[in-house]
Each structure stands twice: as structure tokens, then as C-alpha cells.
Design a protein around this ligand. Structure first.
Ligand SMILES: Cc1cc2nc3c(=O)[nH]c(=O)nc-3n(C[C@H](O)[C@H](O)[C@H](O)COP(=O)(O)O)c2cc1C
Length: 193
């Protein structure tokens, strides 16, 4: 059984990087979550926007002795959830061809969980739910490339990507195929493999 799993399904942490509480990202994240919960997964969704998450200051304290991150902000509550998760889901809009800063700030701070003593991420699953205003994926930048690099470096498995065009709040909901893909990915990653 995966490390943080419940008896019936995976332990999933969704990091939602959109500032919109009723936007397209949350539409995908909610459907993903419904699919995962339907097969017994435990899903924790964190809205990063508005949390106090400061940038990594590269002090390297976390790398010397494995005593965690010295910055006392909201990441301290997210670290144990990252540790416990079997599956980490990045849910976000494309901003300027890249990750929104809400997500990037959080990922930079993962550094404290990747030390000479341990790699917390090794063996976990990563998935991406992504929306963008442009017409296609190619013109919407390098998020997939970035996350693929993280997975290779951390020995995580990149287990699913759902992406689609959605500019204004409500657009994702008008695309049933997109919403269904999020549900099906939740179903797939919610169950033990
Ligand atoms: C600051 C900002 C930058 C954006 N940059 C891009 C971009 O580079 N490419 C793109 O296709 N859409 C871009 N968009 C559009 C968003 O990705 C799109 O509106 C998305 O649906 C927002 O998701 P949300 O409703 O979950 O907030 C940008 C939007 C904002 C506010």
C-alpha cells in the first residue's frame, strides 16, 4: 500500500494555483476530486492564493542536517501534506507561458524536502490540470516541460495531464469533454495502482 494511503484509495494533495475561486482551474480540480473520491481516495485541496508563502531564500539550512525550512509561514502546514501524499496534483492556469507565481513559490520551497538525507518525492505520482486562454497547448508555454523535468529529477512518475482552452470563468464548464477528462484522471489516480 502507498505510504500515505487510506485503506481504500490514494492520498491526494491538489495544489490549486489560480486566484479565482470560481474559475476554470477549480472546475477541473473539483471534477478531478469527485472522480478520485468516488474510488475511495482522500483528497485535500489547497488554494495557494492568499496564503503566506514566501520565496526560498537559498539559505541552504534545509540541506545541512535535514531540519526543514527555517521560514515560518504557511508552507509549514503544507510540508506534512506533501510528505503524506501519494499523488500531488498541480492545478493551475498558464500565466505568461509558465506557472503562475502562486505555484512556483510553493514548488521552490519543496527544496526543503529534497535533501542529502532523504527525497520525500521519490516514488510519488504527479499530475497536472491546466487551463489557458490561447487556442492550443503549443502556444501556451512550458509548464509540461517544467514538471517533466521535476519528475525525472525527483524520480516521480508523471501520471496524467488534463489541459484545455478556457479564458473566462465558466469556459471550462462549457467544455464537457475537458471536464470529463479531469473526472476520469481523478478516478484513475484515486485508486491504488
Ligand atoms: C496574468 C495572466 C497571464 C496569462 N497568461 C497567459 C498565457 O501566457 N497564455 C495563455 O494561453 N493564457 C494566459 N492567461 C489566461 C489564463 O490562463 C486563463 O484565463 C485561465 O482560464 C485562467 O484560469 P482560472 O479561471 O482558473 O483563473 C493569462 C491570464 C492572466 C490573468
Amino acid at each position: 500500500m502507498p505510504s500515505g494511503g487510506t485503506l481504500s484509495g490514494n492520498n491526494i494533495l491538489v495544489l490549486n494555483g489560480s486566484p479565482r475561486k470560481q474559475g476554470n482551474t477549480v472546475s477541473l480540480a473539483n471534477r478531478f476530486s469527485a472522480g478520485a473520491k468516488g474510488v475511495g481516495a482522500q483528497v485535500d485541496m489547497i488554494y495557494l492564493h492568499g496564503l503566506d508563502i514566501r520565496p526560498c531564500d537559498a539559505c541552504n539550512f534545509c540541506q545541512e542536517g535535514g531540519n526543514g525550512c527555517v521560514i515560518t509561514d504557511d508552507m509549514q502546514e503544507i510540508y506534512p501534506k506533501l510528505r503524506a501524499a501519494d499523488v500531488i496534483v498541480i492545478a493551475c492556469p498558464v500565466y505568461w507561458f509558465s506557472l503562475p507565481s502562486q505555484i512556483k513559490l510553493c514548488i521552490d520551497r519543496w527544496y526543503a524536502l529534497e535533501t542529502p538525507e532523504e527525497s520525500v518525492f521519490k516514488g510519488k505520482s504527479l499530475a497536472l490540470l491546466m487551463v489557458y486562454g490561447d487556442a492550443d497547448l503549443y502556444s501556451s508555454g512550458g509548464i509540461i516541460y517544467t514538471l517533466d523535468g521535476i519528475c525525472r529529477y525527483e524520480e516521480m512518475t508523471f501520471d496524467g495531464i488534463v489541459h484545455g482552452t478556457a479564458l473566462d470563468p465558466g469556459d471550462a464548464e462549457k467544455n464537457p469533454q475537458l471536464i470529463e477528462q479531469a473526472f476520469l484522471l481523478g478516478k484513475k489516480l484515486g485508486a491504488f495502482s
